[in-house]
Ligand binder design. Sequence first.
Ligand code: ADP
Length: 576
Amino acid sequence: MSGITSPASEACVTDGDDPPLSTRVMDAEGVVLVECTGRVTVFNAQAAAHFGIPVPLHIEHARLPGCEWVRDDGTPLPPRDAPLGRALAGEPVDASVWHVLRPDGTRAALRCAAVPVRSGDGQVAAALLRTHAVEPLPASMLDAPRLLAEAGALLGTSVDAEAQLEPLLKLLVPALGEGALLILRTPGTRGEEVVRVGAALHADAGRHALLRDLLTRYPPDPPRPGGLPQVFVPGGVWRLPILSEEHVAAIARDAEHARLLRELGPHGCLSVPLGVRGGMSGTLMVLRSNVLRAFGPEEERLLTELAHRTALYLENARLYREAREAVRQRDEFLGIASHELKTPLTPLSLKVQLLQKQVVSLSREGKDVPTERVAEALDVVQRQVRRLSGLVDNLLDVSRITAGRLRLELEELDLASVAAEILYRFSAAAAQAGTELGLEAPVPVVGRWDRLRLEQVVTNLVSNALKYGAGRPVVVGVEAQGPLARLTVKDHGIGIAPGDLSRIFERFERAVSDRHYGGLGLGLYITRQIVEAFGGTVRAVSAPGAGATFILELPRGDIPEEWLVAHAAPGPTEGA
Ligand code: ADP
């Protein structure tokens, strides 16, 4: 270093601004002194650790071998614009944080200060670079109580599902890491489990867009390779010190996926489960691009506590949503039920009033009311009363089912005879509507069932076939299949859209407008509940405009072996 003087004002490395709140500058200092010729005069062990390279003897164009300076967004920075290059060009660089991509692919955040070192004639002879590793503060120094309090306040302000997830991540980023994401497990529309990203955030705008792009195009999918299966080990904390090239190769689903993962940069990752009441509703994950330091136990504890609070918030939001939906359904149902109960009352009270008037005026004249007029009026009254009591029975059944009070009295029955009996009961109404009713039940099919409930099930299916069957023929079929009895009700009416096929068996669910067809949306719900109490199944096969077939399959229960064999003799059921 002879012949080189370093004016105190320039050689002294000043620490400029205070480091950001959530980072800490490590004590050990890296020192590098490079002459303008490229000869490396000083390169201490700490500098070698910071840049991840062995001590070089010579460098070209201010480029440290194998290292690349990068901007915050990961794009490369020409060496002449980095601290060493600028100092070699005569420009002092105040202490500030710079990023370096090391030869092993890891990225380091270094607090660098650089000064030109001038010879006696004032010419720049060398540059002195000083480096300190920068690391996030451990959780214990992050004011964990304040963070938890803020998270609590945030989650307490809303019961709206997921509205607070992104603000929550903003509390963690950059305090705990540069990126954070919440992966949620929620039930899908058909009861299946859906894994999706609830929120994702990166402190760096470019990487934020990249992270979202990556998660949209390659959504988490636990069963798939690269779908982060480890993250969903119940109760498990999962940590990855660094997403290395081997990890990328192992989890990338294709070349584009690998490119996006690489572009996101090397990250360490800590993931904790969102568990509530023994179940698991997802996972909270923090990404850290400063890989100099692993996640510590205090950070893990803080993140676990936050995940627990988040899980409770999500659970409360779900319960609130369900309660709101139940209230909405109840209000809608009350509207429909009042309308349905009122409808039979109108003709009923009109008939009664008319009859009353006639009785009064005829008795004034000293005459009797003609029997046929009374009979006709009573007929209407009886029909409407039957309709009303049917509606009330349905409502009572629903409350019985909800309270788990559906009791069955099993006896040996022939399903074919039950179907014939029900068709007989409907024959007058069908004839009036011009609908042809048919029964295909060549042999008795015996099993042990509750007679009234079985009749109720068949009645519901046949009355729907008449109601939605557009006046076209309706055919009921009964057959035995070993230990199973099968009943089908086939119509050729308006049909059902595929998306409604399973929904219509739920409480209050309807797939028609109540302007065109009255109804409470309870018949199929009650049917399914009864059938399931028998240990059977009921489903519909249909398409809009193509009619519908309802298929009922019931276990025949504990019956004599010989009854399981279909009887060859024609049953007493034909010609209903
Ligand atoms: P409701 O008939 O009182 O509406 P249900 O529970 O019996 O209640 O039926 C639920 C819905 O299923 C009906 O509203 C209708 O949309 C549909 N549905 C039932 N049976 C048939 C059928 N045979 N053809 C077409 N749609 C049907």
